[in-house]
Design a protein around this ligand. Structure first.
Ligand code: SF4
Ligand code: SF4
Length: 459
């Protein structure tokens, strides 16, 4: 077996053993869900419901006329009790529909249809109506990504799941293989791409076999075994490793005739086309050394993370007093909080959380709960010019200079040294002996450059 990879990057301990053998299960009903009206890159949705309205699972409750947008759906039956800004995973307040959940739910049924009979326009429309976004965390609306202005010859399914701890994509590859393969075929049909490539890291040999045995004799589909290396699943690195094409700096994969979609997105596409099922639930991993029961769960969008952590047995070492719903939803974290850190997403690119009432959104791939022993938080120091960040940066950038110039407020120079091309993989932070928060510097520079561009436009 030839195993491929990309230049630079880093070999990380992957910690998949916590949850990789846990089959996907469900949790009980939360009392309340909070559904943000923006869970995607692009324009926010406007609420289609008001306080007091009854809603049912799958009902559209938010939409916008903007092209780069994805509609939002209720994930459970219930009554709208608020439409107001609520805290989101990124620390910002986002307009949200809060729903008091009915204790008795009727699982919606979705009529099957023959996907072979769907036209390209019908597939794209089903994806748009279902509100599907990149579920690996990018959250770019999928119908927009599948409307490229240039010809596409290859669809790459990102089946790497290269972030440590996360195993939900792996479980979906094993448990929903047929939907995954059919979803990939539908995606290829939309953009008329003759080739489909599954890029799978070799620490998932069972998933590799499962996909292979589902392909039959389809010569348009290839499986490429990839090294277990971070960030193998990022678009540019995946394209380089799988089909040896290089996306130019500042450009998108479509420049080299490629569209990349992740496993969960491909499955959502299949469900939208086959059943017209909206994107109102997702599979995520709950893991980390401080969670009692590491799990892979199918959860409704809008479920508060505190409720999910409680459903997984809570945080190791938490006193019994933190068992009531009230305390699990208390803000900030319960006083007797024994967790060192809670992260939404993977440990390299995820977002640290300080509250338990943050809802799961379409892009939430994991909830990680770490003990204080897993966390090494110290103040950062000056750059010692060791060059490690430069040596490992998969984008061939100069993270050291990005950091130095951001500290000096010279955002123009930080941009020149690559801040805009940085996709925030976190490797430079991981390897830096001075603990320098380079991803934070990159985000600051990007915000400042965007603000300057807006100001220039408004002049
Ligand atoms: S500069 Fe950006 S792309 Fe390069 S290692 Fe750091 S976070 Fe990753
Ligand atoms: S790894 Fe840290 S200390 Fe070393 S050059 Fe990069 S920023 Fe400086």
């Amino acid at each position: 077996m030839t195993v491929k990879t990309f230049p630079r990057g880093i070999f990380l301990p992957h910690y998949k053993e916590f949850s990789e053998h846990e089959a996907i299960t469900s949790i009980s009903l939360p009392k309340e869900i909070i559904i943000p009206l923006q869970q995607h890159i692009g324009a926010p949705c406007q609420a289609l419901v008001k306080v007091g309205d009854r809603v049912t699972a799958g009902q559209k409750i938010g939409q916008s006329e903007a092209f780069v947008c994805a509609p939002i759906h209720a994930s459970l039956d219930g009554t709208v009790i608020a439409v107001e800004p609520r805290p989101n995973f990124n620390g910002k307040n986002v307009e949200s529909v809060v729903i008091a959940v009915d204790p008795d739910q009727i699982e919606p049924t979705w009529p099957e249809r023959d996907t072979d009979k769907l036209s390209t326009a019908e597939i794209r429309s089903a994806i748009k109506e279902a509100g599907i976004v990149g579920m690996g965390g990018a959250t770019f609306p999928t119908h927009v990504k599948l409307s490229p202005p240039k010809p596409i010859d290859t669809i790459i399914i990102n089946a790497c799941e290269c972030e440590p701890f996360l195993t939900c994509d792996h479980r979906m590859m094993l448990e929903m293989t047929e939907a995954l393969v059919e979803g990939a075929r539908l995606i290829a049909r939309v953009v008329d791409a003759p080739h489909i490539v599954f890029g799978v890291e070799i620490n998932k040999p069972d998933a590799l076999e499962a996909i292979k045995s589902n392909l039959g004799r389809d010569e348009h589909i290839t499986i490429v075994p990839l090294a277990v290396k971070y960030p193998q699943g990022s678009e540019k690195q995946l394209i380089k490793a799988s089909i040896d094409r290089e996306v130019p700096p500042g450009k998108l994969p479509l420049e080299v005739g490629v569209v990349v979609q992740n496993v969960a997105t491909a499955i959502a596409v299949y469900e939208a086309c086959r059943y017209q099922k909206p994107s109102y639930e997702r599979v995520l991993t709950v893991s980390g050394d401080a969670i009692v029961r590491p799990s892979n769960l199918k959860v409704k969008i809008g479920t508060p993370i505190g409720f999910i952590i409680k459903e997984c047995g809570g945080i190791k070492g938490a006193p019994t007093g933190v068992e009531s719903d009230e305390e699990w939803f208390s803000v900030p974290l319960p006083k007797a909080d024994p967790a060192g850190k809670i992260i939404l997403g993977g440990p390299m690119t995820g977002w640290s959380q300080s509250r338990l009432d943050i809802p799961v959104t379409k892009g939430t791939s994991g909830i990680l709960v770490f003990s204080p022993q897993m966390i090494t938080e110290t103040d950062y120091k000056d750059c010692v010019r060791c060059g490690k960040c430069v040596e490992h940066c998969p984008m061939f950038l100069y993270p050291n200079f990005i950091g130095l110039y951001t500290e000096q407020g010279r955002y123009d120079l930080a941009a020149e040294w690559g801040a805009i091309d940085c996709f925030e993989c976190g490797i430079c932070v991981y390897v830096c002996p001075s603990n320098r928060p380079i991803v934070h510097f990159v985000r600051e520079t990007k915000e400042q450059i965007a603000a300057a561009a807006r100001a220039a436009q408004n002049k």
